[in-house]
Design a protein around this ligand. Structure first.
Ligand code: AMP
Length: 207
C-alpha cells in the first residue's frame, strides 16, 4: 500500500505515520526527517536544505524529488510506503506518480488530517523532541518526564508556524484536486486523542 498522509505542518502526520508503520509493515518516508538527517550530518546538501527550512520555506522541487527517488528505491520500501510531508507541491505529486509508475505502483489513498490554524500554532510551538529516542512530546498535552532531555526544532517558533501554514495553504492545498480527481481522498478530524485519530485513519484505508 502506498499512502499519503496529508495536512498542515503539526497536524500529527509524523506521529500517526509511526503508528501505522507497525500495523502495515511499510516504512514512513518523511522528507522533513530525511532533510533534518542530512542537515545534521553537516553535508553541503544539508546546508542548502537549511537555508529554506529555517525560514519555513519549501525546499525546491528538484532537490526534494531527487531525495525521494533515492529513498523510494531502497529495499524496505518495496511493498509500499507512508508518505509524510510529501508531496507538498503539484510538481512533487506528478513526480511521485511517475516514480511509483516505474515501480508498477500507484497511490492507494490520501488521508487528509484536518486541523485548524490556531490549533496548529499551539501544537507546533509546544512541540518537543527527545533526540535519543525520537519520541515526540508537547509541553501541555504530553509533557516529557523530568529525566528526559528534550529539544525544540529550530523551525517550531510561532512566526515560522504561521509561515509554514501560509505555505501549506498556498502551495500544498492545490495538490488535493490532483488526487480528488482520482477519487483517492478521505478527510479525518485530526483533533482528539492519538488513538482516536489512528482509528479514524484506519477506518478509511483500503482493505
Ligand atoms: P516537516 O518536518 O515535514 O514539517 O518539514 C520541515 C521543513 O522541511 C519544511 O518547512 C520545508 O522547509 C522542508 N520540507 C520538508 N518536506 C518538504 C517537501 N516535500 N517539499 C519542500 N520542502 C520540504
Amino acid at each position: 500500500m502506498d499512502l499519503i498522509l496529508f495536512g498542515p505542518p503539526g497536524a500529527g502526520k509524523g506521529t500517526q505515520a509511526k503508528r501505522l508503520v507497525a500495523a502495515h509493515d511499510i516504512p514512513q518516508i518523511s522528507t522533513g526527517d530525511l532533510m533534518r538527517a542530512e542537515r545534521k550530518s553537516g553535508s553541503e546538501l544539508g546546508q542548502r536544505f537549511d537555508e529554506f527550512m529555517s525560514q519555513g520555506k519549501l525546499v525546491p522541487d528538484a532537490m526534494v524529488i531527487e531525495l525521494m527517488e533515492k529513498r523510494l528505491t531502497r529495499e524496505d520500501a518495496k511493498r509500499g510506503a507512508i508518505f509524510d510531508g510529501f508531496p507538498r507541491t503539484v510538481a512533487q505529486a506528478e513526480a511521485l506518480d511517475a516514480l511509483l509508475a516505474k515501480l508498477g505502483r500507484q497511490i492507494d489513498k490520501v488521508v487528509v488530517i484536518d486541523v485548524a490554524r490556531e490549533e496548529i500554532v499551539e501544537r507546533i510551538t509546544g512541540r518537543r523532541l527527545c533526540e535519543e529516542t525520537g519520541r515526540e512530546y508537547h509541553i501541555r498535552y504530553n509533557p516529557p518526564p523530568p529525566d528526559v532531555k528534550v529539544t525544540q526544532r529550530g523551525d517550531d517558533t510561532e512566526e515560522t508556524a504561521h509561515k509554514r501554514y501560509d505555505t501549506f495553504e498556498q502551495n500544498t492545498l492545490p495538490v488535493l484536486p490532483h488526487y480528488e480527481a482520482k477519487g483517492l481522498v478521505a478527510k479525518v478530524d485530526g483533533v482528539g486523542a492519538l488513538d482516536e485519530v489512528t482509528t479514524r485513519i484506519e477506518a478509511v484505508l483500503p482493505r
